[in-house]
Design a protein around this ligand. Structure first.
Ligand SMILES: Cc1ncc(COP(=O)(O)O)c(C=O)c1O
Length: 402
């Protein structure tokens, strides 16, 4: 049924989708290759501890990104913790408030204070001018996030870091396959950390990689990822267990072989969203610069409810009723999550753009689990909801707990 010939599920109609359409539904690479590698792993009985698939995945990442070192880890959160510790960050580190909570947790976990800086509303990334305002004598570093895979303002941040004697590092969890100009994300700052979590465009079930061009830092990171072992029985450094398993590495490796396909599916899906959401007043789909590389993994819509008859939360409720699990990333902003909300109750005063944009963002499903027809139906449902806004509002008000 076409979306506009139907009644919204919220208003009593049948849901658009029988099976839930998730944001971040995992991409699965070539199944034959995957199972072949799985069998190889089982035959070898080498499941962890820097196995051949981890080594192969690391070399493949280094080649793809053009970096000297890639160190695979069990997830990006541990990767951030290790990179932060290996680079000796301490005191205060400036981070975006508009990021996944792990960026700040990786610091706070190590008793380093995250100091939240505001975004540039045009890019959702750290605004370098605002970063500068937060520098104090305790500041040791800037940790930027390439939000949605769109690269941070790398050069201005580099310039500030250099001039103010700070270290620079990036949370590149979203940004595998993305570039800033001709340079791939992966080689900026002291180190960058990617996530290969199942929801990421390239996944290894769970996993991540720390990339760096600094040989000494890479050496420390390797040691720290494996308890500080430098050979059997020889522990020469403080460390943790951040190792990636062979099962994760073979999944990541197989995903990486299919990366061009994954990007082309995401790019095509993004195009269908653009076409189908065009001309709706108050809705804007974030754009990706066609002159640089993007992975198009995030279909992000800003809802300006001074223009639209429904706000972001109301639209999300409509979509959830249709079994479209749209998400509100990264609402309400890390500064409003614990422990930061209690530690820094007034942080929001210096984050006007994060406070303004975070309640507007909807992330919509994409990836190989979603096709153009699905997307047209999701967009049709958004239009239908806006056309029936009065009824939707009344229904939501009547179901809201008193
Ligand atoms: C910006 C950002 N940083 C860090 C992470 C943490 O990644 P992982 O789940 O691999 O620990 C995520 C995951 O969603 C993220 O979006």
């Amino acid at each position: 049924m076409s979306a506009d010939a139907r009644r919204l599920a919220l208003l009593g109609g049948e849901p658009l989708f029988a099976a839930t359409l998730h944001v971040g539904r995992p991409n699965i690479g070539d199944r034959t290759r995957l199972l072949q590698r799985f069998n190889d792993m089982l035959d070898r009985r080498w499941l962890s501890n820097n196995g051949p698939f981890v080594q192969e995945f690391e070399r493949a990442i280094e080649k793809y990104l053009g970096v000297r070192h890639a160190i695979c880890v069990c997830n990006a959160t541990i990767g951030l913790e290790i990179a932060i510790r290996a680079a000796d960050l301490k005191g205060e580190v400036i981070v975006p408030a508009y990021t996944f909570v792990a960026t700040a947790h990786a610091l706070q976990w190590q008793e380093i204070t995250p100091v939240f800086a505001d975004m540039d509303p045009a890019t959702h990334n750290l605004d370098p001018a605002r970063v500068e305002r937060h520098i104090t004598p305790r500041t040791t570093a800037i940790l930027g996030t390439h939000v949605w895979g769109r690269p941070c303002a790398v050069e201005p941040l580099q310039e500030i870091a250099k001039r103010r004697g700070l270290k620079l590092m990036f949370d590149a969890a979203h940004a595998f396959g993305c570039s800033d100009g001709a340079r791939m994300v992966g080689g900026f700052g002291l180190a960058e950390v990617f996530s290969f979590h199942a929801t990421k465009f390239l996944n290894s079930f769970e996993g991540g990689a720390i990339t760096t061009n600094d040989d000494a830092l890479a050496h420390r990171i390797r040691l720290m990822t494996n308890f500080g072992f430098a050979g059997f029985d020889n522990v020469i450094h403080i460390g943790t267990n951040g190792k990636m398993t062979e099962a994760s590495a073979l999944m990541g490796l197989t995903s990486l072989e299919g990366i061009d396909h994954l990007i082309s599916v995401n790019r095509a899906n993004y195009g269908v969203y653009r076409e189908n959401l065009a001309g709706i007043p108050g809705l804007s789909l974030i754009s990706y610069d066609p002159a640089v590389l993007n992975n198009y993994q995030y279909v992000v819509v800003e809802v300006d409810d001074s223009v639209t008859p429904l706000n972001r939360d109301e639209l999300v409720s409509v979509l959830h009723a249709e079994n479209v699990l749209a998400r509100k990333y990264f609402w309400p902003g890390v500064h409003r999550m614990e422990p930061y909300r209690s530690l820094f109750p007034h942080a929001g005063l210096l984050l006007p753009d994060t406070q303004r944009i975070a309640p507007r963002v909807i992330v919509l499903p994409t990836g190989t689990g979603v096709n153009g027809e699905d997307i047209a139906r999701v967009c049709g449902c958004i239009r239908l909801a806006l056309e029936n806004a009065t009824e939707v509002r009344q229904k939501l008000a009547s179901t809201r707990p008193a």
